[in-house]
Design a protein around this ligand. Structure first.
Ligand SMILES: Nc1ncnc2c1ncn2[C@@H]1O[C@H](COP(=O)(O)OP(=O)(O)O)[C@@H](O)[C@H]1O
Ligand SMILES: [Mg+2]
Length: 332
């Protein structure tokens, strides 16, 4: 990787499922990511050496080794276990203080070698639809972790807005951005980059995986791997697992469309964008074949309530949020 560009800003997407970094590069951005998950395996000197050699983020805790990131998924599957997560539904878990250390270890590995005087912004979810929500703990803790890693200039950006800043330059940052993540779906609308609404829906990939696991009796981890490998949303399934995934996917899509509909119909408080605007879908949840068409159909079925001119797929759905945060950080 040849870098001829100074890194003055970093975009960080701290998702329930995945942590992604974006830094400026001559042809746009360079991304790195790790699963936001870990698993404990018994300590063996041999295991530790293999992990070191494979440059897998890990730490030793007594007679166990904690394996972080992408490798934790494979390890957990080999052992027939579930991976564990430092975050649920978009937020750091305030009941588990050790999750702070876990995130710090993963961020330390991902941000290794980046200049500490760079401006570092991170994404935060919106409150759940209809609630005030409280991001204070999450945001303050994230800043504390980043300061411990040496970053002095930090800030946050709403995730749905990040999607708009990443993808809607051609409509002058006017439109709707939706991120279909693991813990949440985040929605925002902006008019000429000014935020006019945002909310989240507490149903994402984890909800789909958990619900399908309940129906089929497989581990949630296994279901997620099968879903990412071979699930699509065009055509019919006779397979019970694939059919269950379709049912819960439709449930998630409908919840987002219902949220948009009720927000745009909320009387005097309803946002007025004036005309139909583009809507961009991003996040790991949009990756199955046929997703865009399925979502567009649900928006169309909602009628004129949602002022959408077209539904677009983000250019690189797993990187969209980090890219948008970087665009914002560079513009500040
Ligand atoms: N290739 C894929 N096909 C289907 N789903 C995927 C794929 N890759 C990731 N996902 C799903 O996307 C979700 C995570 O999306 P992501 O945007 O990384 O989430 P978060 O913002 O929560 O970190 C998970 O539910 C994961 O299973
Ligand atoms: Mg996300």
């Amino acid at each position: 990787m040849s870098r001829t560009q100074p890194i003055t800003a970093i975009g960080l997407d701290v998702g329930t499922s995945r942590i992604v970094t974006a830094v400026p590069s001559p042809d746009g951005q360079t991304f790195q990511s790790q699963l936001n998950a870990f698993v404990a395996v018994p300590y063996l000197k041999l295991t530790e050496t293999s992990l070191q050699r494979g440059r897998v983020p890990h730490s030793v805790a007594g007679d166990q080794i904690i394996v972080y990131g992408d490798e934790s998924e494979r390890m957990a599957d080999l052992l027939g276990r579930e991976v564990r997560r430092p975050m649920t539904r978009g937020l750091l878990n305030s009941n588990e203080p050790e999750c702070m250390l876990q995130i710090q270890t993963m961020l330390g590995a991902l941000l290794d070698g980046t200049p500490r005087d760079a401006r570092l912004y991170f994404s935060v979810p919106a409150p759940a639809l209809g609630s005030e929500g409280d991001l204070t703990y999450h945001e303050a803790t994230m800043r504390q972790i980043l300061e411990k890693l040496g970053f002095r200039e930090t800030g946050s950006l709403n995730e749905g807005l990040a999607v708009i800043y990443a993808e809607l330059e051609d409509s002058n940052y006017t439109g709707i951005g939706v991120s279909f993540g693991g813990g949440l779906c985040n929605v925002a609308a902006a008019y000429m980059s000014v935020p006019v609404l945002s909310f989240s829906i507490p149903k994402g990939g984890d909800f789909i995986d958990q619900s399908a696991a309940n129906v089929t009796g497989e581990t949630v981890n296994r279901i997620r791997m099968l879903k990412e490998d071979s699930f699509h949303l065009n055509g019919h399934y006779s397979d019970k697992l694939m059919q269950a995934l379709t049912v819960y996917y439709d449930d998630m899509i409908q919840s987002v469309v219902d949220g948009l509909k009720s927000t745009f119909q909320s009387g005097r408080k309803a946002p007025k964008v004036g005309r139909s605007v583009p809507l961009v879908v991003s996040g790991g949840g949009v990756l199955p074949q046929g997703f865009r068409e399925r979502f567009q159909k649900a928006v169309e079925d909602a009628g004129s309530a949602i002022p959408v001119s077209e539904v677009r797929l983000a250019e690189s759905p797993l990187h969209t949020t980090a890219k948008g945060v970087l665009v914002y950080a560079l513009s500040e």
